[in-house]
Design a protein around this ligand. Structure first.
Ligand code: CA2
Length: 146
């Protein structure tokens, strides 16, 4: 099974600023941890991060036929992007939403998740460990559906 782990704007700054909210593991560390934990579960991973909405839409479209699942943290686009929601729906690849911070306890504008509406798994507030947790849950959902 092969998953695309997709990250949106500013997540390349992980570990650099705001460690109180996002932790101290940097983006490369998150990739290492997630790849390692997923490998233990028999999940191969590809990673992509962009600060640009259209690039994320392109990456979702390009995942068709190449990945069995998408683990996505759309960053701030979570709360604004109908384009990312539409892309996830269009490709119909099973998807899991991840948020490092507990968005449910943050500002009102973070309470809406458009991308989440196309996801069958939601892992929120588990830090960077959330990516591997989401991958495991997504794998289980896919296997249950088979
Ligand atoms: O909690 C999450 O994972 C978020 O998706 C992160 C987004 C935020 O807009 C969402 O509401 C919740 C922001 C990512 C910004 O990442 C930074 C990392 C380090 C330093 C500054 C920003």
């Amino acid at each position: 099974m092969k998953f695309l782990v997709l990250n949106g704007p500013n997540l390349n700054l992980l570990g650099v600023r705001e460690p109180g909210i996002y932790g101290s593991v940097d983006y490369d560390g998150m990739v290492r941890i997630t790849r390692q934990e997923c490998a233990k579960l028999g999940i191969e991973t590809g990673f992509y991060q962009s600060n640009h909405e259209g690039d994320l839409v392109d990456a979702i479209q390009a995942a068709r036929g190449r990945f069995d699942g998408i683990v996505i943290n759309p960053g701030a686009y979570t709360h604004t992007s109908i384009a990312i929601l539409d892309a996830l729906k269009a490709v119909a690849i099973p998807a899991a939403e991840v948020h490092i911070s507990d968005v449910t306890k943050r500002e009102a504008f973070r309470q809406v998740s458009y991308a989440g509406m196309a996801c069958c798994v939601h892992v929120i507030g588990q830090g960077v460990a959330g990516y591997a947790i989401a991958a495991r849950q997504l794998k289980e959902k896919i296997e249950q559906a088979e």
